[in-house]
Design a protein around this ligand. Sequence first.
Ligand code: NAP
Ligand code: G4F
Length: 344
Amino acid sequence: MKKRALITGITGQDGSYLADFLVAKGYEVFGMLRRTSTDPLMRIVNLYEERKITLLSGNMRDACALERVIAEAKPDEIYNLAAQSDVGISFLCPEETFEINYYGVGRLVNAAMKENPSVRIYQASTSEMFGKTKPPQSESSPFHPVSPYGEAKQKAHDDYVVGYRNRHHLFICSGILFNHESPRRGKHFVTRKITHSLAKIEAGLQETLLLGNLEAKRDWGFAQDYVEAMWLMLQKDQPEDFVIATGESRTVREFFETAARLIGFKIRFEGKGQDEVAKDEKGKIILKIDPKYYRKAEVDSLLGDASKAYKELGWKPKTSFEELVRIMLEHDRDEVRAMAAKKR
Ligand code: NAP
Ligand code: G4F
């Protein structure tokens, strides 16, 4: 019989890649879809139209809906990827963030245990939980979150992953994933904002890219590589938590420089602090700092030590940093060219 998987957050970056992965593995895949006023199927339109997945209406805010979705899907494995996933927004909407990223996890886990106590659950935890902890960060590093997003995710990890594993013997794992990006990344995250804006500047459709803190360091991997690790965690004999990362860290400035070089801009920086700009060889300003993108509290440096995953899951990232930037740029240049052609 086919294994059954339920993915919350199936319309997001990771959910869409995970759905591709599980369908290819022969799973019967169910995805929870929340009501929105716009079309949320952008990333999964092919899977949906070819009837490779089943979508069920629900919301992390609604315990009754979660019970119904789980009763209909009867999953062997649940991947909880639904979240308010924007760290910057979490400072502006802390209650909403806790409601989905903490209380929502509790609702889901309780509903799942009621339906089937031997279900296996993956919880999308995050390197943002490390916050101010000095790099490199591993499964044994302490958590010092600095954002409402990081706090909500840490509390969900403590209470519903570690807590329910110990108290209720639930098979539940946290994937402590470091930043992972792709052409399917939301355009407000810094990597996609950079690749998409540079493609628009190249095509003459945008003047300047506005960014905040250029010095923050992140360990950036390719999202498509990371969803395999989620699945591998649920295939283990015992539930455990794993850091998933590349083990390389770069600044936002380095991401911008790499993308600019790959697209063919010869960039030079001028000025300091909030007055710093990057110009191309003709002296045109490509990048400016806009303080509105600074955060109230920043995670300065993330660098993951994923040696446990390498050893115990046999997982390794396949895509290099430069390859990732190239994949995102190529996609965005094509998208922008198509957009420009439509406008003509
Ligand atoms: P994403 O693209 O923002 O996707 C988030 C998903 O959650 C979307 O499908 C969204 O649905 C859904 N969602 C939001 N609120 C919901 C609600 N109230 N009820 C039901 N669904 C809701 O995020 P992602 O990058 O794929 O990340 C997936 C998960 O991994 C998240 O939990 C994130 O916090 C975590 N994570 C991500 C990274 C990373 O670098 N990408 C790293 C570590 C952890 P709509 O389409 O309707 O908005
Ligand atoms: O791309 P970001 O918004 O990602 P962030 O905050 O690291 O969060 C992402 O990764 C987490 C894993 O650690 C996930 F859990 C979370 O769900 C999300 O996927 O920002 C990256 C860095 C930050 O230091 C930010 O201050 O880029 C800096 N930054 C500079 N200018 C900017 C901008 N970030 C955004 N979003 N927009 C800017 O204009």
